[in-house]
Design a protein around this ligand. Structure first.
Ligand SMILES: [Zn+2]
Ligand SMILES: [Zn+2]
Length: 141
């Protein structure tokens, strides 16, 4: 067999089940893998069809992509935490507004003064509207 990259005659090689003449010597396979390319993926048809890959080259590839995978996992974790913090803050503000409304409502009920109650309702609705606006801005940005 002939390696399709270095054209050396080779006895030990990997190949693709789809492509004819896609033979690689283990040295060329190693060079390919060190460019952070999956040795299982055929460089011609881009399918996961390469067979007889040198186990050492699989290990090289796995050791190379491990830190990359770790970084992407960390990024995902941070995003989840940020979303959780945002949700907690929103909940706090919302609960504060509800508590404020209950306090105002109780006060107005105690006073038994209808106009005062309506004014408080308007104040509450204004605060609530501003809260929704703030929420909308945060979600959009
Ligand atoms: Zn070669
Ligand atoms: Zn192929």
């Amino acid at each position: 067999m002939q390696c399709c990259i270095c054209f050396e005659n080779i006895q030990h090689y990997s190949s693709c089940t789809n492509c004819i003449d896609a033979y690689l010597c283990y040295l060329c396979e190693e060079k390919w893998t060190k460019q952070i390319k999956d040795p299982n993926i055929c460089f011609i048809c881009k399918e996961n069809t390469r067979i007889n890959i040198h186990t050492q080259n699989i290990e090289i590839y796995e050791s190379m992509i491990e830190p990359i995978l770790q970084i992407s996992i960390n990024i995902q974790h941070n995003e989840v935490n940020e979303n959780l913090n945002l949700f907690k803050n929103c909940l706090k503000i919302f609960l504060s507004i509800v508590a404020l409304y209950i306090i105002f409502f109780s006060l107005s009920y105690l006073i038994d003064y209808l106009d005062f109650y309506i004014i408080l309702l308007i104040i509450f609705l204004t605060i609530f509207f501003l809260f929704l606006l703030w929420l909308y801005i945060i979600i959009v940005s």
